[in-house]
Design a protein around this ligand. Structure first.
Ligand code: SME
Length: 175
């Protein structure tokens, strides 16, 4: 799906405001909530932080929790984005052998690395319910979002571990 430049410019200003107002997991959770609320094809939005060879889910927003709160860098579409240090778009998860299933209705996925001084420190992971939900416009936009998450991801790593490693925004109470 194409995200329009007018929408993405406004959204990036909102992300700037969020990361100015909040830090760490609170900022990540709010960015997840904002992205999902603003772009209907972003059906589940999470941020994983890299701890050595493991990706730890720090924040998410969606209809359901995922069982994949810790993912080895060696596995999954999430791990692939770290190993390749590049955005990965999977048009149809049924034809991606490395795909780790979280939700029955997921058909496509985009994973966008967060970098700090050229090193992958985390990633944005988004699931969609239609085949081919994400294109280059999503990639460009989400790479700009990811560039704004370097600070919050670093700060999240200095916070005490959260319950199940994940903070959820939205209506759910803080955990
Ligand atoms: N599908 C991901 C796992 C994370 S869930 O989508 C939330 C993967 O293949 O790495």
């Amino acid at each position: 799906m194409t995200v329009r430049p007018t929408a993405t410019r406004a959204a990036l200003l909102q992300v700037d405001a969020i990361v100015t107002r909040l830090t760490g997991r609170a900022a990540l959770a709010e960015v997840c909530r904002f992205l999902r609320a603003s772009f209907p094809h972003y059906r589940w939005v999470g941020v994983y932080r890299r701890e050595g060879e493991t990706l730890v889910l720090d924040a998410w927003d969606g209809d359901q929790a995922t069982e994949h709160t810790r993912i080895p860098v060696a596995k999954g579409v999430c791990g692939r984005a770290v190993r390749e240090a590049a955005t990965v778009i999977v048009d149809d998860v049924r034809s991606a052998p490395e795909y780790l299933a979280c939700f029955l209705e997921t058909r496509s996925e985009i994973v966008v690395p967060v970098f700090d001084a050229g090193v992958v420190t985390g990633e944005i992971d988004i699931d969609g319910t239609t085949v081919g939900a994400y294109d280059a416009s999503d990639r460009v936009f989400l790479e700009s979002v990811a560039a704004r998450l370097t600070g919050p991801v670093g700060a999240a790593g200095r916070e005490p571990p959260g319950d199940a490693g994940a903070a959820r925004s939205s209506a759910a109470p803080p955990r």
